[in-house]
Design a binder for this molecule. Structure first.
Ligand SMILES: Cc1cc2nc3c(=O)[nH]c(=O)nc-3n(C[C@H](O)[C@H](O)[C@H](O)COP(=O)(O)OP(=O)(O)OC[C@H]3O[C@@H](n4cnc5c(N)ncnc54)[C@H](O)[C@@H]3O)c2cc1C
Ligand code: SF4
Length: 559
């Protein structure tokens, strides 16, 4: 690892995931010399994708995670779908533990490589609606957003045009359209379901999913449209899905102004309370154990929602328990995740002469239909959306010899599965803190989670289950079932909050430009800044907020 000398950089970006990668691209393209630090191991685009395109029989253990390894090292990462082919993209939970008390289980699913979760995310990408920014205020919920949809709309457009989002224009009141590339087409069974479901439930829609997988080549970015292999979690040399490696890192490198250091574990920020400025970033080289401090005029903290909160909490005066950045008393509070693990499925009758062509990544979406614009009297606030797909699986082997072989050339009937993601409200006592006695191998106190879903979320999931089943039955599916399993915060991998935005420095950590109230040269542009979570997947919004914050930061620097 090369050594960074101090004062060489205009900005330091901590984290190279979806938010950090976007920050590095924007800042370097605006002329700043940027140092990007990431605690993960280096993975270069294409050459670092060890199992890309390989069939399961060429991957260790046929790409099934051996139970002893999973139980010893990846007991949390397994909820992010770790497999032998994607193992190096995930955190080793044994090496990097965290804590929670009995009764407040939290799955903190972390990446282990440069690029962060951009290498392993599902790529479902949606804009927030005005409703998402105004609901807290309208309902009297703690956490009024200092910005609205109009503040973010141009930044959504900028990001979408750049990264490439496929989807269909729908003009829906709740789910604003993006700048779309053509959608991944629905298969015949999904079209059948769409028509019947929308006829039975006026106002509800089943639409093409919105994905950060490109459906049109982007030669200027050296990216080729998606080949429908559905192996995205192993990396993609076509650059067909958005990742730091494929998109923002090459852009930042092309400016000649980026220095990237992997294996660099940031422990804390140094701060001058008189000047109210971050004066240094301390990190430890995970390979050598050496610590050093680097500095720059501007710091973008993008270590993922909970990772950034941990760095902030560990930034404090010697002997003090209070972070430099917690004058509001809200740091580490209002932690949220989406609630899910509710699903419905059934068999679609007929069309057994047809199968799907290729392996499309993604599926279809039923946007939120509950409580839009106000409460409907359904017993809970906010709502949920359903993600699903229709497919035919090859038949299971039955019998022996020729009979078995012939049997396996057939396909089972069409099935449709879907799962709901619901909005969790912000609760002050859903919080994280630094462990009072346990530290990690870098001397940083462990993160301790105390986050639970409440009555509103559980009632919402009960409704999602009932409505899911009702919709599939009414649409004419057979053998319809629904199910619900344990709801553990963190499990949806959409953790947010902990350093929320707000107009008032007395009850928020950041202002409306993602800038710390307590340090104007510090911006936190990942999920930590969110004052509520909508019910849609969040990462597109993190990128839009990051692009907006980078614009603001550079204008302020040059003012
Ligand atoms: C399996 C899976 C599916 C998902 N599907 C979707 C989806 O369909 N749509 C969607 O919107 N979202 C999805 N997500 C969530 C999405 O990945 C995250 O919202 C997004 O990656 C967050 O971006 P980020 O930059 O904040 O964090 P990350 O992408 O996690 O990046 C943070 C980076 O910071 C680094 N870091 C952390 N701490 C430190 C430190 N102390 N010092 C130095 N570096 C540090 C990490 O190594 C990492 O590289 C999914 C996630 C997973 C795992
Ligand atoms: S399905 Fe598309 S995006 Fe995913 S790995 Fe294949 S080509 Fe790449």
């Amino acid at each position: 690892m090369q050594t960074a000398s101090t004062n060489r950089f205009d900005a330091i970006v901590i984290g190279s995931g979806i938010s950090g990668g976007y920050a590095a691209k924007e800042l370097t393209e605006k002329g700043l010399k940027v140092l990007m630090l990431d605690r993960g191991v280096m993975v270069e685009h294409s050459e670092g994708y060890d199992y890309e395109g390989k069939p399961a029989f060429e991957v260790p253990a046929r790409n099934r995670m051996p139970e002893p390894l999973r139980d010893s090292d990846y007991f949390i990462a397994k909820h992010g779908y770790v497999a032998p082919s994607s193992r190096k993209f995930y955190n080793d939970d044994r090496l990097n533990p965290y804590a929670y008390d009995e009764g407040s289980k939290f799955y903190w699913i972390r990446p282990g490589a440069v690029g962060g979760k951009s290498l392993i995310w599902g790529r479902w990408s949606f804009r927030w609606a005005e409703e998402d920014f105004t609901a807290n205020k309208r309902e009297g919920i703690d956490g009024v957003w200092p910005i609205g949809y109009d503040d973010l709309a141009p930044w959504y457009s900028k990001v979408e045009k750049y990264i490439g989002v496929s989807g269909s224009r729908e003009n829906l009141p709740y789910l604003p359209d993006s700048e779309f590339m053509p959608p991944m087409p629905m298969n015949v069974a999904e079209k059948w379901l769409k028509q019947r479901l929308e006829a039975k439930f006026p106002g509800r829609k089943l639409i093409n999913t919105r994905l950060s997988n490109i459906t049109v080549d982007k030669p200027e970015q050296n990216r080729t449209k998606c080949q429908h292999r559905n192996q995205c979690g192993n990396g993609c040399s076509f650059g067909a899905y958005f990742s730091t490696q494929a998109v923002t890192l090459p852009a930042a490198r092309a400016t000649g102004r980026l220095t990237l250091q992997s294996d660099a574990v940031v422990t804390n920020l140094e701060y001058d309370p008189k000047a109210k400025r971050v004066t240094g970033v301390r990190y430890i080289d995970a390979k050598t154990g050496q610590a050093q401090v680097v500095n720059a005029n501007l710091v973008f903290l993008c270590a993922s929602a909970m990772g950034s909160v941990q760095v902030l909490m560990n930034s404090r005066a010697p002997g003090s328990e209070k972070s430099w950045f917690d004058n509001s008393g809200t740091l580490g509070r209002y932690v949220m995740d989406h609630i899910f693990r509710v699903g419905a499925s059934g068999e679609i009758p007929g069309m057994t002469d047809l199968i799907e062509y290729g392996r499309r990544p993604g599926g279809v979406y039923i946007p939120r239909f509950r409580n839009i614009g106000g409460e409907e009297g359904v017993g809970f606030k906010r709502g949920y959306g359903y993600q699903g797909s229709a497919y035919r699986s090859p038949m299971w082997p039955v019998g022996f010899g020729a009979e078995m072989k012939h049997g396996m050339r057939k396909y089972a009937p069409w099935k449709f599965d879907m799962g709901a993601f619901g909005e969790c409200l912000p609760y002050k006592d859903n919080r994280v803190s630094l462990h009072s006695s346990k530290v990690d191998r870098f001397g940083v106190p462990l993160m301790k989670f105390d986050v639970t879903f409440r009555e509103n979320e559980l009632k919402m999931m009960a409704d999602a289950r009932a409505q899911g089943e009702a919709m599939l039955k009414a649409a004419g599916l057979i053998n319809v079932t629904s199910g619900e399993s344990e709801h553990v915060p963190g499990d949806a991998i959409h953790e947010m909050g902990g350093a929320r935005m707000g107009a008032d420095p007395r009850n928020s950590v950041l202002n409306g430009f993602s800038q710390a109230h307590d340090a104007p040269n510090l911006y936190i542009t990942d999920g930590a800044q969110m004052a509520s979570v909508s019910c849609v997947n969040p990462s597109l919004t993190f990128m839009a907020l990051t692009a907006r914050a980078a614009d603001h930061a550079v204008k302020q620097m040059r003012a």
